[in-house]
Design a protein around this ligand. Structure first.
Ligand code: IVH
Length: 711
């Protein structure tokens, strides 16, 4: 802490005994130290003060202000919300979404990936791929217009990232201007820090008493996501370009040539990028990269393979979050041994009781690990989900010597135990049968590996986790209402369920005072919060369905479901009418690509369960739910139900289906009165006949391609 040590120590004198002069001095000092602490936390990524100390000083500041209201400073720390640093960045909507990559862990996975790609494309012959290191940094999208860097954005949630333009300008490897570039060019790549620069930075941090970074990735992320770009300037960041986003003209016909073009434009590209003719060559290159891993001077965590032909990449397209044309072949996980000190139970949003291992801290692949997952109670006992032994049946006791497994940024897990080292003091673990948070029964349903608290919203852990999910980025994403604020509001019983968020202003707004007098809230942040809440009364159907936090329903599925039903009333009507396992409403639901019987059952149950449904209805009464609009709703097949039959010659069935769906059509496997269009290739049989009987329009493959503009 850089605060002057000759300033008055706080908390020495009772607030009631302070003189006006002493109070004025202490408020000045508190404003200074708390301001410094904020800067350290948000500005330099080097917090010096513990959270508890910070909170105590803030409370002291408020107590003095309460006693001497006229001494409250214009820059009082009470008026500053402890915003997460990301709140300070502007938001940028990516023109082309920034996605993640699917993973391969074994050679067989790579062979299977290639097989899947060729099957999708209907290709027998071998296909060429590029193979290059997967850099362990953070991805960045750079937008150039007229050859000038105008914008840099992090990935964020893939759709919307943070504006880090000022910071990106401080990175040496990133050109400010380009010659002979397309008018619009988005370059995608990875920001990272070399090992040498990382060591150097940590030495400098330590020398000035600042926090050191756990690994180069954290250091790179902390350095790029800086509100003060001057700090970024002092941090030696680098950048490898590996792909493009939005473009006014193609860079090349192939991935390999596109990378060469990026290099010619002045970007650093990875020298280990290689063109491979088949999976065998890809795996051979993976081994070469793996051998060099330790001497590269920067962290990599695998090898990325990409279909070389960019035309084929376009045909392959994307699943909801990953491209079909690329995969990351990850390096094997890292392992370490340590002592299991305790097992805690965490209760999640859906009531799942998850055992968390508290460990004697141990370094695994450069990262200090002190918590790991133990999955569920059977796992602790040495059994898999079907009751068969795992780890040869070895169970895990508190006090045991256990092996930790860490792969990339996935939560570390305990994978083994050394029984020869079991101490006499070790204790077998009894998995609780009641919820540690609310005392309700925790039950295991038939076939479920997980024990769940039945308390629902009366369980504070579930209620809070549900609320956190509700306001999360993929959900209502309300500015100023994050996990921390939700916890605060819930513990004060201001918000018990999502609907309560929308009545906050009515209940507390007139007494803005009440919110504003609370720790962390000022006049401005309180009224900003109410405005931000009002902004989200208008919400897309997909976001709403996701935000409800129904088990198994992720954001991608929520959007698919929203696209199928269009409006809230159609959706809720269908869910109310559905009978699990049978009938039209059920069939329509499970007919959605990506919605299986398990997810569908969970949705129907949630929408029909009395208390949960009442809570959802209370919420929706405050909202203006927007109809789900398909991105491609102007396509001629949007909203139409299409059936493909017979053999297709210019594309595979999988490709035809994915393409039709990306244009907003619903693809069904059978012809019914609801079918709008049958696309029939040679050999079409009973479906063509049924379509004719029902008067369904039937066209051939060429007509279809002409209709969707792909001819
Ligand atoms: S290509 C459509 N190439 O890995 C996705 N990504 O796990 C295109 N990454 O978000 C990404 N090195 O941040 C690609 N050579 C490489 C990469 C790479 C690192 C990162 C990237 C991506 C993440 C996915």
């Amino acid at each position: 802490m850089t605060a002057n040590s000759d300033q008055p120590a706080t908390s020495q004198i009772d607030v009631d005994d302070l003189t006006r002069t002493a109070a004025t001095d202490e408020l000045t000092w508190l404003s200074y130290v708390l301001g410094q602490a904020n800067d350290d936390y948000h500005g330099s990524d080097a917090p010096q003060m513990s959270d508890a100390e910070y909170d105590a000083l803030k409370r002291r500041n408020m107590a003095i202000e309460a006693r001497f209201p006229d001494l409250k400073r214009g820059d009082s720390p009470s008026d500053q919300v402890g915003a997460a640093p990301i709140d300070g960045f502007g938001k940028i909507t990516h023109v082309v979404r920034m996605l993640s990559l699917g993973n391969a862990f074994t050679d067989e996975d790579v062979v299977e990936f290639d097989r899947r790609v060729r099957k999708y494309l209907g290709l027998e012959d071998a296909l060429a791929y590029t193979a290059e290191p997967k850099i362990d940094g953070l991805s960045l999208s750079l937008r150039y217009e007229g050859g000038v860097l105008i914008q840099a954005a992090t990935r964020g949630d893939g759709a919307v990232g943070e504006d880090v333009t000022a910071n990106a300008r401080m990175v040496q490897d990133i050109p400010q201007t380009l010659k002979n570039a397309p008018d619009v060019l988005e370059v995608r790549g990875e920001v990272y820090m070399s090992h040498a620069d990382f060591e150097d930075l940590n030495t400098r941090q330590e020398a000035r008493g600042a926090k050191s970074f756990a690994n180069p990735r954290n250091a790179a992320a902390g350095s790029l996501r800086q509100l003060n770009a001057e700090i970024t300037k002092d941090r030696p960041l680098r950048f490898f370009a590996y792909a493009s986003g939005d473009l006014s003209a193609p860079l090349a016909d192939t991935q390999n040539a596109a990378i060469e073009r990026l290099a010619a434009l002045g970007f650093s590209t990875n020298p280990l990028t290689q063109l491979c003719d088949d999976p065998e060559a890809m795996i051979a290159h993976y081994r070469r990269i793996e051998e060099q891993r330790a001497t590269l001077g920067y962290d990599i965590d695998g090898v990325v393979y990409k279909v070389n032909d960019l035309g084929l990449q376009r045909r392959l397209g994307f699943r909801s979050t990953t491209p079909r044309w690329a995969i990351a072949h990850k390096f094997p996980a890292e392992l370490a041994w340590t002592t299991l000190e305790a097992i805690d139970i965490q209760v999640g949003r859906t009531g799942a009781l998850s055992p968390v291992a508290r460990l004697k801290p141990v370094t695994v692949g450069g990262v200090v690990v002190s918590n790991a997952t133990l999955h569920n109670e059977d796992y602790i006992k040495g059994l898999d989900s079907k009751g068969a032994p795992i780890r040869e049946g070895r169970d895990i006791w508190v006090g045991d010597w256990v092996q930790i497994y860490r792969a990339g940024d996935v939560i570390p897990k305990i994978c083994d135990v050394d029984l020869a080292k079991r101490l006499a003091t070790a204790q077998a673990y009894e998995f609780p049968e009641t919820c540690p948070e609310c005392g309700s029964h925790a039950v295991r349903e038939e076939g479920d590996a997980v024990r769940r608290c039945v308390g629902g919203m009366i369980c504070p852990a579930q209620a809070v986790e549900k609320l956190k999910h509700f306001v999360s980025r993929g959900g209502f994403d309300i500015d100023g209402l994050g996990a921390k604020q939700v916890e605060q509001f819930h513990s004060d019983a201001w918000v018990k369920e999502p609907a309560d968020i929308f009545t906050l202003r009515d209940r507390f707004g007139s007494g803005l005072q009440q919110l504003k007098n609370r720790e962390g809230w000022g006049d401005k942040s309180a009224s900003n919060l109410f405005d931000a809440i009002d902004d989200k009364r208008r919400i897309g159907l997909g976001r709403l369905i996701f935000a409800l936090g129904i088990r198994h329903v992720g954001d991608a599925s929520a959007n698919l479901i929203a696209n199928r039903y269009g409006t809230w009333s159609a959706f809720e009507g269908a869910m109310t009418a559905a009978v699990i396992g049978e009938g039209d409403a059920w069939e329509t639901l499970i007919d959605i690509d990506g919605v299986g019987a398990v997810m569908a059952g969970s949705l129907v149950r949630a929408m029909q369960e009395e208390a949960e449904r009442a809570s959802i209805d209370r919420l929706v009464a405050h909202l203006d739910v927007q109809e789900a609009v398909q991105v491609t709703s102007d396509s001629p097949v949007a909203g139409k139900t299409v059936v493909f039959t017979g053999s297709l010659e210019k594309m595979t069935r999988a490709e035809a289906k994915a393409r039709a769906e990306s244009l907003g059509a619903k693809v069904s496997g059978s012809v019914s009165a609801k079918t709008d269009l049958l696309v029939a290739g040679p050999g079409a049989g009973s479906k063509a006949k049924k379509a004719a009987d029902l008067g369904v329009e039937t066209i051939d493959e060429d007509d279809w391609l002409a209709l969707i503009g792909d001819a």
